[in-house]
Each structure stands twice: as structure tokens, then as C-alpha cells.
Design a protein around this ligand. Sequence first.
Ligand SMILES: Cc1cc2nc3c(=O)[nH]c(=O)nc-3n(C[C@H](O)[C@H](O)[C@H](O)COP(=O)(O)OP(=O)(O)OC[C@H]3O[C@@H](n4cnc5c(N)ncnc54)[C@H](O)[C@@H]3O)c2cc1C
Length: 374
Amino acid sequence: MDAEITVIGAGVVGLAIAEKLSGRFNNLFLIEKHTTFGQETSSRNSEVIHAGIYYPEGTLKARLCVEGKELLYDYCRKYGIPFRRCGKLIVATTGEEISVIDGIRDTAIKNGVVDLVELDRRKIAELEPSVFALKALYSPSTGVIDTHSLMKRYEINTMNNGGQIVYGCEVTGIRKIRDGYEIKLLDADKNDYIFTTSIIINSAGLTSDTVSRMAGMDDESLRILFCKGEYFRLNPPKNKLVNRLIYPVPLHNLVGIGIHVTIDTGGGVKLGPDVTYLDSNVYDYKVDPAKQEAFFHSARKFLPFLEFDDLSPDMAGIRPKIQKPGEPVRDFYIREESRRGFPGFINLIGIESPGLTSSLAIAGHVCDIVSEII
Ligand SMILES: Cc1cc2nc3c(=O)[nH]c(=O)nc-3n(C[C@H](O)[C@H](O)[C@H](O)COP(=O)(O)OP(=O)(O)OC[C@H]3O[C@@H](n4cnc5c(N)ncnc54)[C@H](O)[C@@H]3O)c2cc1C
């Protein structure tokens, strides 16, 4: 075999896996179709290190988020990656939302998040004088991270471990052969290459279902639907009026966690993301200026100082959802596919939020799977 392990996709998850496995195993390749890492979802998100509050008990999302957050904070300290453990408030602005907040706390405790603090109006005013809420939950372990620096460090460590990273090559075909797989690549000059690998790790984000289909696994329940999230910037000087991440209570079925306030490591403040399932899987990163009205009304419930002109269109990202509209929340799909007749093929599909937070824990989980089969 040309490679022992091939990871497809250099987003934050594929890079974390490549770093971890290149430290343990020889002859690892990471293949990425763009000319550098993180050109898709990993550069278009809220950059929040989530605490692991909302995800249903027993799911990979809950376990890998709670585990991943602490791994990530330690990693940031070790490698000097910019982060801020700034904390977040989940705010209830109506009587109905107060009862939702109580339920959130119960879920968090089941997930092992035991540091949430309940705040009354007086305490909210002390922490965030410009925010309106009747009651809030304070999560001290939520933070923000500079994702680009994180991915750069994963890349450097992979290369230092002897892993080979191939940019500008798209995986266009996969064929099962004896003891492994043949992978077809297409480079930017439209040249085809073929190489062989014992193990494939499919971390191809928005097209991970397509990559799985290339090998012959066609599963309707794993079809990815592009689900867009748009952001608006909170212009200076009002960005100085909030010090922590501020979230409303989450939407039904966790389709999104509501238009929230995110502070980046440089002090910029964004509102978003909203949730729009796209009609077809197109890379549509436009921000619709007409949405400013809806963002304004949504955020004004807890940011009473907000005026319409304080917002400007910012950016958009696309979630790789396997949860169809109206369905209950779906878990990350991370499996070795022997039971479908594809031994040594590890699929990661539907790695939406909290994929960034969980990246190191996902890498550990995948490393355990590889250790069992190698
Ligand atoms: C709006 C939004 C907000 C979010 N906020 C947060 C947050 O605050 N905190 C958090 O923890 N998570 C958040 N997430 C989720 C997080 O961004 C993702 O879970 C994470 O970035 C997924 O990383 P990935 O490596 O799996 O995918 P990607 O970043 O999509 O990387 C996949 C890579 O595979 C490559 N690829 C695909 N097909 C091929 C092929 N055939 N050949 C070669 N290469 C290929 C792509 O080019 C891409 O670089 C958010 C997501 C969105 C959309």
C-alpha cells in the first residue's frame, strides 16, 4: 500500500485527526482539494468553545464536546493559541423562557456540565449592565478561540510528525481493493492520480456524504443538507457594551441555538447565526441585507441599547446537517464501516457544531477506532 492511513479533508476536524494519528502511525496522508486548510466551514463559524450544555445525554455531541473543551483549553495554553475563557449568559426575556432555562440546566448537569450558575436580575446587571434579562444561566467554561491559529498548529504538528499533506487535490473516486482502497485524485491542472491506502478517514465536511457514496455506501439517512447561518456585525462603539457571549434560549430541536452575541478573540462582536436550509447544496455564502430587520428585532429583546444602524452584514457559514427540517436533533455520525462491508473505512458525517470544540476529542475517538482495527 502507498499509505497506511489517508484522511480526506483539511478542516479543523481532519487536521486534528491527522495530527493525532501521525503521532502514532507511520505513512499518513491528508488530502485537501483547496490550496490550503480550512477554506470551508472551519473558517465560517462562531469560534466558540462550547461548554456542552444543550446536547442530549449520551450522545457523541455531548461527550466529545465536554471532553473536547478542556482538551482545547489545555492545547491553547501549551501552544500559545489565542483564546478567551470569557463565559456566556443564556438569557430568558419572558416568563415562558424562564421555564426553558430550568430544563437547560438539568440537561447540562446530565452531560457533566456542573458549573452553571443561575443569575437573577441584580446579578445580571452587575455582570452585563447593558443586557436585559429576567433570569440567566452563566456558563464560566464557555470561551472563544482563534480557529485559524488552531488549524495552523494542527498542520505544523502533523508535518513535524512526518504526516504528508497534499493540497490542491480532490478525491474523485474510491474503489475497494484487497486489504484496502484505491483512491483517485484530480489536481488543479486536471491530472488524475491513483494511490492505495489501508485505511480511509472521511472528514470531508459538507461533501462527506458524497465521499462515502464514492466508495459505494449510499444511505438516505446520511444525506447532507446545506443549512446556512448568516451573521451581522455590531458596529463600534456599541461592541464595547457586551463583555461576554450572550445567548437567547435555544430553538426547538436544537436546529440552531438562536441568534446570539459572539465576541471574537480580537474584540469584534457579531450577531448570529440564523438558520436557513438551502433548497439545494450550493456554496452560497452571501449575506442577505434584508435580514437586518429580523436580526435587529431578535437581538433587541436582550440588547435594549440596539438601534437598527448599529448592524452591518458580516459573513455566512454552512452547516452539514443530516437532521432534516422538523426532525429531532441528530448526533455526529462517526463509524468504522465493516458492518456495511467496508472495513477500514471510517466515516465522519454531519460534523456540525460543536465540531470545532470537539476536534481534539473527535481525534482521540477516531484514534481509538483505528487502534482497534490496525
Ligand atoms: C454557522 C456555523 C457556526 C458554527 N459555530 C461553531 C462554534 O461556535 N463552535 C463549534 O464548536 N462549532 C461550530 N460550528 C461547527 C464547526 O465549524 C464544524 O463542526 C467544523 O468546522 C467542521 O470541521 P470539518 O473539518 O469536519 O469540516 P470542514 O471545515 O468543512 O472541512 C472539510 C474539508 O474537506 C475538504 N474536502 C471535501 N471534499 C473533498 C474531496 N472530495 N477531496 C479533498 N478534500 C475534500 C473541504 O475542502 C474542506 O476543507 C459552526 C458551524 C457553522 C456552519
